[in-house]
Design a protein around this ligand. Sequence first.
Ligand SMILES: CC(C)(COP(=O)(O)OP(=O)(O)OC[C@H]1O[C@@H](n2cnc3c(N)ncnc32)[C@H](O)[C@@H]1OP(=O)(O)O)[C@@H](O)C(=O)NCCC(=O)NCCS
Length: 178
Amino acid sequence: MTASVQGIDALTQAVRGQRPTAAMRVGIDAVAVSEIERSLASFGDRFVQRMFTPHEIHAAKGSAERLAARFAAKEAAIKAFDMPEAAIDWRNIELRSEASGRPSLHLYGPALASARALGTEVLSVSLAHEQGMAIAIVIGVPENNSPRANTASPKPRARKHGKSAVTNHKSQINQQGS
Ligand SMILES: CC(C)(COP(=O)(O)OP(=O)(O)OC[C@H]1O[C@@H](n2cnc3c(N)ncnc32)[C@H](O)[C@@H]1OP(=O)(O)O)[C@@H](O)C(=O)NCCC(=O)NCCS
């Protein structure tokens, strides 16, 4: 499709009160475990606390390899959603692990806003670590592909106790438990 046809498409959707169709997003990153080990040796707990959430620290069980995988997931999310790295608090991109070991990715604050600005919300993440390397891949799915979405312009979310939509989303995610 040419740029001009895309432009007409977006204009038509705007006139109909619809959002332009968002694309699927993908990001991938590889991190050498030795990089994390070096940061741990240089900065110790200060590095861990600045980069990782309590859930991530707990799930990593003190393994530099697991921390490397979680760091790779954050970098992969930054790539997938064009996040301004300098403005992102690393803990606003959180990798959670289910009881089965399956990981899931959760965004908060400005990181969530970056994904939403692209019309992307439903995330999928996969990790691997082997032989001194950790790899993560993150996929974002357009929110209008998610079962609870529709094509109409989004209704403003009800504000609870004066909180913003982003704050409400964050607390919903946090209610999912660890
Ligand atoms: C899941 C599995 C494929 C991981 O493969 P591996 O070669 O041991 O390890 P990799 O480095 O490739 O991947 C490790 C990552 O896989 C992810 N993982 C673990 N279990 C997972 C699952 N059920 N689904 C998706 N991803 C999973 C985790 O993110 C893990 O990283 P982490 O330990 O830092 O959180 C392997 O454990 C397996 O084959 N398990 C059998 C299936 C299973 O046990 N299912 C759970 C049923 S309760």
